[in-house]
Design a protein around this ligand. Structure first.
Ligand SMILES: [Zn+2]
Length: 384
């Protein structure tokens, strides 16, 4: 088995939970990769020999970003809706229904090549693990097809038939989602998700969808408390879900419930950036002892960025996180939000998924916003 040493790393972020600092950072470090896994980390001067050598030239190496929330399977363009929103002018197009119509009309090949382009875009920005949801098909056939497309790119696929009620009676639609649609979707999905929000699905409907998903062997997650206060976050905590996403409007009982349950609050600052809404208060959550992840929520309507570096910068600038907390939230916590212990850190035995920054430290991700700092991305020890 051939081995590679990456040496002269100015700052190696390991996210080692045993380390004294949050990022487990090692200065003047080396990383040895063997068989796609991390075989050794430590000071460069003590690194063992390897078959191949990569010289990082004093630059930083980080675990690859783990983007635990995206909606990449769609067709169509909603840039005019964004332009209207930024100009504070009314816009009459159908929002999510525009995307649903375009997605249903697209061929499998068109959907697949679009997801491939977006995943490649993510890779160039340092993302090595991505979760992808369905949710723009909203028929039995189109939801199953969306998940089959997503599965070609990731094991972390999520059935989101309960995204919006496409038309007709909400109760009848929940019956469809928890019955025939779930049956068709379950073999292609690991997770099930519900948009639990006023105007989408209420608490009882969310419970019904998550319970049906659990019976079908899918693990639950939730979109909740994005637009206003509501029951979603407490429901996620009560059910012991791994993660609940958005968490913009939280009362004290919500924060306590997250802390006590250990459910991860996944914040999606690209959404607030792209919709001119107030940002969630990451500082309040972290200070209360809640575990916080950040993810992109890449989607055509409320946030069409695939960039975790942008989300890190926003988390620091707008949500009260330190650069170290934001990087940790986009890597280690992202992995936890997907219940994964093989990614999100560069410790011995984990997957050798990492990025090389054109910068001496992780701080530059927030300090130099908008600059393409990712010089290379490796997945399973191979450059991509
Ligand atoms: Zn979302």
């Amino acid at each position: 088995m051939s081995s590679t040493v990456v040496t002269h790393i100015g700052e190696l972020v390991t996210n080692d939970p045993e380390a004294e600092d949050l990022l487990g950072a090692i200065a003047d470090a080396a990383l040895v990769v063997e068989g796609g896994r991390v075989a050794w980390v430590g000071p460069a001067a003590e690194a063992p020999d390897a078959d191949e050598q990569i010289d990082a030239g004093g630059r930083a190496v980080l675990p690859g970003f783990v983007d635990s929330h995206s909606h990449l399977v769609f067709a169509g363009d909603r840039s005019q809706e964004f332009a209207a929103r930024m100009a504070d002018t009314p816009y009459a197009a159908g929002g999510i229904r525009t995307t649903v119509a375009a997605t249903r009309a697209a061929t499998d090949e068109q959907l697949t090549s679009h997801v491939a382009r977006l995943v490649a875009e993510m890779r160039r920005q340092g993302t090595t693990t991505v979760e992808i949801k369905s949710g723009y098909g909203l028929t039995v056939k189109d939801e199953a097809r969306s998940l089959m497309v997503a599965r070609q790119f990731t094991e972390e696929t999520t059935f989101l038939g309960a995204h919006v009620v496409p038309e007709g009676d909400p109760a009848a639609y929940v019956e469809l989602v928890t019955g025939p649609m779930l049956d068709a979707a379950k073999e292609h999905a690991r997770w099930i998700d519900v948009f639990c929000e006023r105007g989408a699905f209420d608490e009882d409907q969310a419970r019904a969808v998550l319970a049906a998903g659990e019976r079908a062997g899918l693990k639950g997650r939730l979109h909740a408390n994005q637009l206003t206060f509501g029951p979603g976050v407490r429901l996620a905590a009560e059910l012991g879900l791994v993660a609940v996403d958005h968490c913009t409007y939280l009362d004290d009982a919500d924060v306590d419930a997250l802390r006590d349950s250990g459910t991860i609050a996944t914040l999606l600052p690209g959404v607030e950036f792209s919709t001119k809404q107030p940002y969630p208060d990451a500082r309040r959550l972290i200070d209360a002892g809640v575990r916080v992840a950040i993810a992109s929520d890449c989607n055509p309507g409320s946030c069409f960025t695939s960039s975790l570096p942008l989300c890190v910068a926003l988390a620091v600038r707008e949500m009260g996180m330190t650069p170290a907390e934001a990087v940790h939230a986009a890597t280690y916590r992202g992995a936890q939000a997907l219940d994964r212990d093989d990614v999100g850190a560069l410790t011995v035995g984990r997957r050798a998924d990492f990025t090389l920054l054109d910068a001496p430290s992780h701080v530059h991700l927030a300090y130099r916003p908008g600059v393409p700092l990712v010089a290379g991305t490796w997945v399973d020890g191979r450059p991509v």
